[in-house]
Design a protein around this ligand. Structure first.
Ligand SMILES: Cc1cc2nc3c(=O)[nH]c(=O)nc-3n(C[C@H](O)[C@H](O)[C@H](O)COP(=O)(O)OP(=O)(O)OC[C@H]3O[C@@H](n4cnc5c(N)ncnc54)[C@H](O)[C@@H]3O)c2cc1C
Length: 293
């Protein structure tokens, strides 16, 4: 099928783009990796596409006082190869190789992925795990929303139609933080059936203050409510790590769909968590010996 008719504008300045977005039926075109397909399938019919690809102010990854800023025109490939990201937001660097295939990574943007809020996409899950801040602008107004409040339902976010995500700000990783990431996909680079992202703080011989996010299985990234009492000790055994994983996955309410039943997804997430906890334990306490059997 072909896309329905729409008007098209490609402004050079952010102010002009925001003024165009104030009109009913206007929609941002960023990397176009999802939007063009949805137009061609007639799943959306905007009156006006506002192509933001010429707006210099939306480019760039910057190391700033308030964190690491990723502008709306930063592509997945830029994040993947950024030394600033590798050093300061290592969880993004760990996850990026799983985001789509090279052709899609070359055009798709981090902020476009946040705006789309696909439940199987990595970026929303990582933004929730790391408690990133999403900056939304419209004509005459700017606000910042915590990623943990941004995702509201299946492809639904707190963003209003006349707002553009102009940047996302990720906190810089602290020296005592340890991260883990894993996902299950039918083929490497496909959207995840189930994925997990973990952040923990190392304190002596334990990893604590765990933030665990499960994605792909629910309508929005699930920040587990079951982690406050959990610790990964240097000497925790494999069965102990498996028990932790099961305590976390017990709180899941997975969608049942062609990718599997709820129970299957819970089990898949538990396996990913168990392996990831073990991997984090090995990296955090390398050389100390641990309870692995
Ligand atoms: C074959 C294929 C495989 C993929 N696999 C994965 C995967 O494994 N993991 C993954 O995370 N993603 C995957 N994607 C999605 C891709 O990575 C992009 O993240 C996604 O297309 C959105 O980014 P975009 O810049 O292309 O946005 P677009 O397609 O241009 O826009 C998508 C939507 O977001 C809106 N939008 C875009 N930018 C903004 C903004 N700054 N402010 C407000 N609204 C905005 C648009 O109006 C539109 O509604 C895949 C895509 C394809 C086509």
């Amino acid at each position: 099928m072909k896309a329905p008719a729409f008007a098209y504008r490609r402004p050079d300045e952010l102010a002009e783009a925001l003024s165009l977005l104030a009109d009913d039926g206007a929609q941002v075109l960023a990397g176009g990796q999802s939007l063009i397909a949805s137009l061609n399938m007639r799943l959306s019919a905007p009156a006006l596409l506002v192509d933001i690809n010429r707006i210099g102010a939306l480019r760039g990854i910057e190391d700033r006082a308030d964190g690491i800023r990723i502008g709306a025109l930063v592509r997945h490939v830029d994040v993947l190869h950024s030394p600033v990201i590798a050093r300061q937001v290592p969880l993004l660097a760990m996850a990026l190789p799983h985001v789509a295939h090279m052709a899609v990574r070359n055009r798709g943007t981090t902020c476009g992925s946040l705006a789309l809020a696909d439940p199987s996409a990595e970026m929303p899950a990582l933004a929730v795990t790391l408690n990133a801040k999403i900056v939304l602008e419209k004509q005459g107004a700017r606000r910042t929303v915590a990623a943990r409040d941004f995702f509201q339902g299946l492809y639904q976010t707190d963003r209003q139609d006349d707002e553009m995500i102009t940047e996302v700000i990720f906190p810089r990783a602290a020296d005592d933080e340890v991260f883990g990431f894993a996902e299950l996909a039918r083929r490497h680079g496909d959207f995840a059936t189930v994925g997990i992202a973990v952040r923990a703080r190392r304190s002596g011989d334990t990893l604590e203050n765990l933030d665990v996010v499960i994605f792909g299985s629910e309508a929005t990234p699930l920040l587990s409510p079951a982690t406050s009492a959990l610790r990964i000790a240097a000497d925790a055994t494999a069965p102990m790590l498996a028990d932790m994983a099961e305590a976390i996955t017990a709180t899941m309410e997975p969608m049942e769909n062609h990718q599997g039943r709820a129970d299957t997804k819970r089990k898949q997430a538990a396996v990913l968590l168990r392996r990831t906890f073990r991997d984090m334990q090995s990296r955090a306490f390398a050389g100390k010996g641990n309870g692995h059997d």
